[in-house]
Design a protein around this ligand. Structure first.
Ligand code: FMN
Length: 583
C-alpha cells in the first residue's frame, strides 16, 4: 500500500517534467500530432556552428544516386528539340502576360515548356568527370525533383488520357498509364477536357538529397520543388500560358501518380509535392473551373517499372516521419480548400508598370543561361535601380501571381545583408511581405528603423547599419560567397505561428515559396550581369544573436533559405558542352 502511494506521489511530482518531455523528443511517435512532428523535424535539422544536422558525414560513392529515373518498359515519346520561334523578353512575359501571344498546346510547345524549365541546360566536364546542369537548380546538383504530365483526352489527338513521366536526360516522356474516355467522364474530370489544358505534377526522390545531406534533406527537396515550380511558371508565361495550383490531397496525388503501386516496393520512394494546371491564357472559361480534385485520378492500365537509382540506401527515420506528417496534414488543408477552391488574385494593391522595368533578354535564353556562382569578386557593386527592380518584382509576384500557384502565400519576408549596393548604406534591411512580420519583428529585433525613400514606395526598411560581410558569411556556414557578394538575403518566416494552421501543412508551401524567390533572384542576377547562388547551408539560430534588439521573441525569425548575389569568378578549368546532341 505504502509502495503504491509512494509511486503515485512520485508520479504527481514528476508529471510536469514528463509533460514537458513529451512535447519534445521522447514521446511515442503515435502520440504526436503532425504539427508537432513537423516542428520537431525543423528543430532537429538545424545547423549549429559546432553541431550540424545529422548526416552520414562522408560521401558513400558506391551508392551515389542516379540523377535520372527511368521507367523500364514504358513507351517513350521523344520530344522534338527545335529552334525557338518565340521567346518574349522575360520581364514582358512576367509583367505583361496579356501582351504575349498564347501558343497553342502541341508537342513542340510542350517540348519548349519542359526543355526551358526542367531540361538539361549544359554538360560540364572536369578531369574526366561529366555532369549535367539543368534550368532548375538543385541543392548539391542532386535533383530529387521528378515531373509527370497528365494529358486529357484528345489534347494531342490521344485516344486515351495519359500519365507521362518526364525524363530530362533524353528529353522524352515515358508513358506510365492510360485512361479511357468513359473512365475520365465517370470520374467527373470532363470539365478539364473542355479546354485545352494539361496537368504537371512534381514529386521528390528524397533519397537523392539524403545520400549527401542526411536528415536536412527533406528541407532541400521542398526548396528544390519551389525552384521547379518557379521554372514551370516562368516557362509557361513565356508561352502565353496560365499556370494554376490544383488542390488535391497529397495522399490522392500519390495514388493518381501510382507512387504507392507494387512496382515501387523495391525502389526508392517518391514523395508527392504539388499538382499544377497549365492552359493558354486566352481561353475564356464560360464557367469558373474548379481548382480542386476531390478524389484520386484513377488510371486504367499501367506500364513500366521504375529503375532503382542506388544499389543501397540509408533510412532516416525522421524523414519518414516528417513526410508522412506532411501527407497527413495535407488532408486537413485540402478539406478546407475544397470548400472554396478558387485562388483569387490580389489586384487591389501595388501594381508596378512594365515601363519601369529594365529591358531583359529573351526568356528561354535566360532560363538556359542561369547558373550558380561558386566564387564572387568582392569588389563588385549592384546598381541601386537594379536592386529596386528585384524588390519590385518580388512585390508584383507576391501580389499578382504567387497565390494562384502556391497556396497560403505570401508568408515569408526577406532580410537583406547589403554589402555593396550603389547609394545604399551597408547594413541589414527588412523587406516584409507580411504585415505581421513587420509589426512583430521591428520592435523585438531592432532598436530603430528608417524607411528607405524610393519612388515606388516599396516597403524597405534600414534596420541596422554596418559592414555585414563577416556576419553573412558566418550565418551561411562560413561560405565565402555570402561574404563576397554585393548582397546576401535571408528568406524567413515565423514558423511557430504558421504551423498553427492546418496541422502544420504550411511547412511545405513556405519552403516552396522560399524556393520560388530563389529562382527569381537567380534570373534577375543574370539580367544584371551578375550571378546568384541559393544557400541551404546556414546556421538557423545564429541570426537571432546578431540583431541589436536581441530579445527572446526574436525566435520568430526562422530562416528557410539564404541567397547571395555577386560578380562571378569563373573556373576556366571546367569545360561546357551543349545539353543535347541536337542543339
Ligand atoms: C535549395 C538549394 C540549396 C543550395 N545550397 C547551396 C549552398 O549552401 N552552397 C552552395 O555553394 N551552393 C548551394 N546551392 C547551389 C547548388 O549547389 C547548385 O544549384 C547546383 O550545384 C547546380 O548548379 P547550377 O545552379 O549551376 O545549375 C543550393 C541550391 C539550391 C537549389
Amino acid at each position: 500500500m505504502f509502495f503504491i502511494s509512494f509511486l503515485f506521489l512520485l508520479n504527481l511530482f514528476l508529471s510536469p517534467y514528463c509533460i514537458i518531455k513529451s512535447k519534445n523528443d521522447w514521446v511515442d511517435k503515435s502520440m504526436k500530432s503532425s504539427k508537432e512532428i513537423i516542428y520537431n523535424y525543423h528543430k532537429q535539422t538545424k545547423h549549429r556552428p559546432y553541431r550540424y544536422a545529422r548526416s552520414l558525414g562522408y560521401l558513400d560513392w558506391d551508392n551515389e544516386p542516379n540523377p535520372f529515373r527511368k521507367f523500364q518498359g514504358a513507351e517513350p515519346i521523344h520530344l522534338p528539340i527545335l529552334p525557338v520561334k518565340f521567346s518574349p523578353p522575360f520581364h514582358e512575359a512576367l509583367f505583361q502576360p496579356e501582351h504575349i501571344i498564347p501558343q497553342s498546346i502541341h508537342i513542340e510547345t510542350i517540348s519548349h515548356f519542359l526543355l526551358h524549365s526542367l531540361g538539361i541546360s549544359a554538360w560540364k566536364e572536369y578531369r574526366g568527370s561529366r555532369w549535367a546542369v539543368r534550368c532548375n537548380p538543385s541543392s548539391g546538383n542532386l535533383h530529387p525533383t521528378e515531373a509527370y504530365l497528365i494529358f486529357p483526352l484528345q489534347l494531342l489527338n490521344n485516344n486515351h488520357s495519359l500519365l507521362l513521366h518526364y525524363d530530362p536526360s533524353e528529353h522524352k516522356l515515358e508513358k506510365r498509364a492510360i485512361m479511357t474516355q468513359n473512365n475520365w467522364e465517370k470520374q467527373g474530370l470532363t470539365s478539364f477536357a473542355e479546354y485545352p489544358c494539361f496537368f504537371v505534377a512534381l514529386t521528390s526522390i528524397i533519397w537523392r538529397e539524403a545520400w549527401k545531406y542526411g536528415e536536412r534533406a527533406f528541407r532541400y527537396c521542398l526548396l528544390d520543388t519551389g525552384h521547379a515550380i518557379a521554372c514551370l511558371t516562368f516557362s509557361a508565361l513565356s508561352l502565353g500560358w496560365n499556370i494554376h495550383y490544383i488542390g488535391i490531397s497529397l495522399q490522392n496525388l500519390s495514388i493518381s501518380l501510382g507512387l504507392n503501386r507494387p512496382e515501387y516496393t523495391h525502389v526508392e520512394k517518391e514523395f508527392p509535392q504539388i499538382l499544377l494546371m497549365v492552359s493558354p491564357n486566352n481561353i475564356k472559361q464560360e464557367k469558373q473551373l474548379s481548382f480542386a480534385i476531390k478524389n484520386p485520378i484513377l488510371f486504367d492500365e499501367w506500364f513500366g517499372i521504375p529503375e532503382k537509382i542506388s544499389p543501397q540506401t540509408t533510412d532516416w527515420d525522421i524523414i519518414e516521419e516528417v513526410s508522412s506528417a506532411i501527407i497527413e496534414s495535407s488532408e486537413e488543408f485540402y478539406s478546407s480548400f475544397i470548400k472554396a477552391p478558387t485562388l483569387s488574385e490580389y489586384k487591389d494593391k501595388y501594381l508596378p508598370h512594365i515601363s519601369t522595368f529594365t529591358p531583359s533578354p529573351p526568356s528561354f535564353d535566360l532560363f538556359k543561361q542561369r547558373r550558380s556562382a561558386h566564387a564572387l569578386d568582392i569588389n563588385a557593386m549592384l546598381k541601386q535601380k537594379d536592386f529596386f527592380q528585384i524588390l519590385k518584382g518580388i512585390n508584383y509576384i507576391s501580389h499578382q501571381l504567387l497565390r494562384k500557384i502556391i497556396p497560403l502565400t505570401p508568408r515569408t519576408s526577406l532580410l537583406f545583408f547589403v554589402h555593396h549596393v550603389e547609394h545604399l548604406t551597408p547594413g541589414i534591411y527588412l523587406y516584409p511581405l507580411c504585415q505581421g512580420h513587420f509589426e512583430k519583428l521591428i520592435p523585438s529585433c531592432f532598436k530603430e528603423v528608417s524607411k528607405v525613400e524610393n519612388e515606388d514606395n516599396l516597403p524597405l526598411f534600414l534596420c541596422q547599419e554596418g559592414d555585414m560581410r563577416r556576419i553573412a558569411g558566418h550565418l551561411c556556414c562560413g561560405q565565402e560567397i555570402a561574404h563576397d557578394g554585393v548582397l546576401c538575403t535571408c528568406i524567413f518566416t515565423d514558423l511557430e505561428e504558421e504551423l498553427k494552421n492546418y496541422n502544420g501543412f504550411p511547412y511545405a508551401p513556405l519552403h516552396w515559396e522560399a524556393g520560388f524567390w530563389g529562382q527569381w533572384l537567380y534570373l534577375e542576377s543574370e539580367i544584371f550581369n551578375l550571378r546568384g547562388t541559393g544557400i541551404g547551408c546556414f546556421f538557423d539560430d545564429e541570426i537571432i544573436r546578431i540583431m541589436e534588439g536581441n530579445k527572446k521573441e526574436n525566435l520568430l525569425v526562422n530562416p528557410l533559405y539564404f541567397f547571395t548575389i555577386g560578380k562571378p569568378i569563373y573556373d576556366e578549368r571546367i569545360k561546357t558542352y551543349p545539353p543535347y546532341s541536337e542543339t
